[in-house]
Design a protein around this ligand. Structure first.
Ligand code: TNX
Length: 531
């Protein structure tokens, strides 16, 4: 990018902030010009809104502000917003169903789609309008980011609580904006998962993919095969105690995710990555002998026994019980790194298992190795290759996409949150290379895979594998600041894509993470504010 190109937006931004400062009445006559806190410019939001037109007076939240939110789900979004604003502002912020002015959440017909919204801000109030409650919720995340970072704190702060005047119109580029958490290599409690859900919601992520089983642990109770959880879930990488979700706990995760407008996508990885299941039931093994539990980090050594009928009884029971608990549309069957399953068996296995998922009313998702078998009609493949992946592998995935298989893009050397940022990163792996913040942001999902039609791209997902990740602090330092960039690739129009502008918006999130207690990687690529 040329110097000239770069300097233009900076000047525009500067002029913009001067105008805003002036609009906020910053210069009092006779005194030294002491600028009051200018409100955050309307476009300084992550993900970048589709359009932002500044103009008019800012709105100021005061002790008299009401949140007007109708009834039902809109009302619940209003309560969610009030819960964020009350501790830091110290205001009552009653949520009511009528009146005008203040903060209004309105459901109305309009060009919003399932998740879009419009935000209008002026002297008398801020109105968020959407067709669906999800749109109101995403608009609320934008409103949050337009307020000072201190709004995120849980004790009273001085304010003032200004929202810049103008209008934002915003709809997502892709319907799939996912994050995956591997709860198998290390187990994460319901509270840890909820904490991550709240962080994902702030960036308009709408899918939570839970990797519920792997060689090191089976993490969900299955009534018809109880040892899976009680024995297969009893350890984790490094030999710690592991754990599993009871059905009620899993339902609580699903409920909480849905209150933040995220759809839970459960994954049971098959036919490889199954040592925890094989260790729990001897009859699932071809030789009838259960292997020991496994606490290392090798991959590719386990396989379900494709030739045994009991394997399909097992799959049917597991898919049925998890599908019953899952209101979402999808069931992820894994299918990666089945290095111990002969190819013909792999194809046979996938041919039998995909109809089981359909029988229980779910759509199949598999890692992109599924395209080496016969993906079911309507199935989605999750691509996790790298720049250096073979041309043949990329071509196979692109061909599947041309034949109707939708793609979720998770290129490992771009969006794997478990990759180290650089050689000094204490946590994480580096098999796909180091992935600094610019690298994870600076690519275009629409043009990523040669030969795959843009219409096949459903969106992006950032997986977090947890061989080295053990707690919320670890999750956060790997996810932040890369996750918001992936969220932006999924949400914002390609026309807004610009690393130089993005890194400034991203830097402005740092104080917000400080206020939320999120420990993040202070990447040298990002101009974090001092202090
Ligand atoms: C590859 S990505 C895996 C996982 C590992 C991960 C570590 C994929 C579908 N399989 O089993 O945890 O690398 O980065």
């Amino acid at each position: 990018m040329t110097r000239h190109h770069r300097s233009t937006p900076r000047i525009t931004r500067l002029l913009g902030s001067l105008l805003l400062v002036a609009a906020a009445g910053a210069f009092s006559v006779g005194a030294a010009p002491a600028p009051k806190a200018a409100p955050t410019p309307l476009d300084r939001v992550v993900p970048a809104p589709a359009t932002a037109e500044p103009g008019g007076s800012p709105y100021r939240i005061t002790a008299g502000t009401h949140i007007r939110a109708g009834s039902g789900e809109a009302r619940r979004v209003g309560e969610y917003l009030a819960d964020i604003l009350r501790p830091s502002t110290g205001y009552r912020l009653p949520v009511t169903d009528s009146g005008s002015g203040g903060i209004q959440l309105r459901l109305a017909k309009g060009p919003f789609g399932e998740e879009g919204y419009r935000l209008d801000s002026g002297r008398s109030g801020v109105t968020i309008t959407a067709r669906e409650p999800a749109g109101l919720f995403h608009g609320v995340q934008t409103l949050r980011q337009l307020l000072p970072a201190a709004v995120e704190k849980d004790s009273e702060q001085p304010g003032p609580w200004l929202v810049a005047g103008g209008t934002i119109r915003d709809t997502p580029r892709f319907g799939w904006r996912g994050a995956m958490l591997d709860v198998s290599r290390h187990f994460f409690t319901v509270d840890e998962v909820k904490r991550y859900i709240d962080q994902l919601a702030l960036y308009k992520i709408n899918k939570l993919h839970l990797h519920l089983s792997d060689d090191q642990g089976w993490r969900i109770a299955i009534d018809s095969w109880p040892n899976l959880a009680t024995y297969g879930g009893s350890t984790e990488v490094g030999g710690g105690p592991g754990g599993h979700y009871t059905k009620d706990e899993y339902k609580e995760i699903v409920r909480y995710a849905s209150s933040r407008f995220l759809e839970v996508v459960p994954e049971i990885d098959m036919p490889g990555h199954t040592n925890a299941a094989l260790a729990s039931y001897a009859e699932l093994n071809c030789d009838g002998v259960a292997p020991p539990l496994y606490t290392g980090i090798r991959v590719g050594f386990s396989s379900l026994c494709v030739g045994k009928e009991v394997t399909y009884d097992f799959v049917d029971d597991v898919v049925r019980e998890i599908a019953e608990l899952t209101p979402g549309r999808y069931f992820h069957i894994g299918g990666d790194e089945a290095h111990s399953t002969p190819h013909a068996d792999y194809v046979k296995f996938m041919d039998r298992v995909q109809p089981v998922v359909a029988k229980y009313g779910k759509t199949v998702i598999g890692w992109h190795q599924l395209t080496g078998a016969t993906p079911a009609k309507g199935a989605l493949a999750q691509y996790w290759g790298v720049d250096a992946s073979s041309a043949a592998e990329k071509a196979r995935v692109a061909e599947a996409a041309r034949n109707g298989t939708g793609l979720i893009l998770s290129p490992a050397d771009r969006v794997y949150l478990d990759m180290k940022y650089d050689r000094n990163t204490p946590l994480g792996l580096s098999w796909a290379g180091y992935v600094e913040v610019q690298r994870s942001y600076d690519w275009d999902p629409g043009a990523y895979l040669p030969g795959a039609p843009a219409s096949a791209i459903r969106g992006v997902e950032a997986p977090l594998w947890t061989e080295t990740i053990e707690n919320s602090g670890h999750i956060e330092v790997m996810a932040f600041p890369r996750l918001p960039g992936v969220a932006e690739l999924g949400w914002s129009p390609a026309a807004t894509h610009d690393w130089e502008a993005y890194k400034v918006r991203l830097a402005a999130q740092g104080p917000r993470w400080d206020a939320l207690g999120i420990g993040y990687h202070r990447s040298p690529q990002v101009p974090w504010p001092a202090g």
